[in-house]
Design a protein. Sequence first.
Length: 226
Amino acid sequence: MANLIEVKNVGKRYERGGRPFWALRNATLAVAEGEFVTLLGRSGSGKSTLLNIIVGLLSPTEGEAVLCSTPLSGLTDEAASELRNRSVGYVPQGAGVLSTLTVLDNVRLPWYLAHRGPEPEGRAQQLLEEVGLGDLANQYPSALSGGELRRVAIARALMCEPKVIVADEPTSSLDAQTAREVVSIFRRLADKGTGVLMVTHDTFSVDVSDRLYDMAEGVLTERAKA
């Protein structure tokens, strides 16, 4: 299986109070096709810094990040954006949906932003069916619960048929049942060949992940599965 995400000895340094501060130190991680990888760590541990480097929103101070066989170093903002649109389905911490659009149009939006031409017939509706929201397609976000909005974000992330899903705290603030449903969706995606990287401080995905990483004070460590 080919690696879709490769992070090699990556570090990120900032200045704080006139002194250097390392938010991330010598991180190495990989996610392959059909693999579900979970990165666990508390808030402020460096998870989001690593995530932003992986998707090309932030440049590392040292080391290298490769996304879908493309080294991110040296890419222009436009080229990095095109790579994300073409290859990555991103699920942000909040649902990030637009309140003025229906659920269906929120899911469709990435397709049109990527200038891909006419939407494949029924694709957005099919994705909503897959996440259990088919009957809410014409509702507006204000009518949905927090868990339903997260599932809208997942459907939207799949709209452009990405090779890899990157999810930032997708189970945060959800009840246990809804969190497990979200994790189950990611597991099914991985089983169909999509690479999945889930960043979280919850433990709902531990048992169903293929590999686990822990992050603490900017240091990334792979955890041996029991």
